[in-house]
Design a protein around this ligand. Sequence first.
Ligand code: PBG
Length: 317
Amino acid sequence: MFQRFRQRRTDRETRLRYQETFLARGDFILPLFIAEGTGVNRPIPSMKDISRFSADNAIPYLRPLVAGGLRSVILFGIPDAKGLEQAYSDNGVVQQAIPRLKDAFPALEVIADVCICSYSADGQCYTGDNDRTCELLAKIAGSYARAGADMVAPSDMMDGRVSYIASELKRIGLSGVPIVSYAAKYASNFYGPFRDAADSAPKHSDRKGYQMNPANSAEALDEIRADIGEGASQIIIKPALPYLDILCRARSEFDVPLIGYNVSGEYAMVHALIEKGLASEDIIYETLVSIKRAGASRIISYHTPWALEKIDAYQSL
Ligand code: PBG
């Protein structure tokens, strides 16, 4: 006697009847690089179809995506010149972009990534002093919240930053703005194209002194527990694909929404296979559905425009 699992796979209709995980358009969060100035549309050579837009150009880019079901974006500022003051200035590139995007698309959730690496001259996410960096991050998060960000997302991996940010939001009367923390962010080799795009590669050394060791997983749960304790209401795990086990462990351990960040190198890797003729674009669906299957409630991905247009073709008759 043996089980006949193949009965669930005989044809497309049957396979769909037994499918356990489905992607929804609302699962996706689109990363958006916002450049300073107006009229800017600077493609990122290492990332197919991804561009840096000034806020005015981001609006026509987003319009069809929002009409196609896009519900959420996460912003990364690309200042013209380096300088930490710009990161928390009310005239900063992100602070100026947020109200314009909210004006154009009132229902669109605008998340602001909080970090200093694209503003610091040495490309590091910290100043050399953990607590001093937390103070800076809190100022930055406060300025994004004042500009109207729907959520702030610290991605620096300093200890205690969620608690600093929560106090600052309270101090300015904006405790209602949720903190979504990159609690488990690994020192990964998959960030290369992003650093290219944001001009944020560390000029010396690396980020291993603050981002997590890829060999650890119990520590990720510790990090997540600490950030929830400090006031984070949602958690990002980053990157996604090499860390699906972390998503899965976090899903069974915690009840907060979990977001998987399908990072730039994962995007470029998949496109490299497609371009070389070694995979069809079905590989994109496989990638995305695996992140949700592992336990992500939502997915930050550069594949979002593709997903909005194509996922139905994979999950309906
Ligand atoms: C750092 C930051 C990184 C990414 C977003 N914010 C990683 C890093 O450079 O260490 C990477 C995102 C991606 O690769 O898509 N604040």
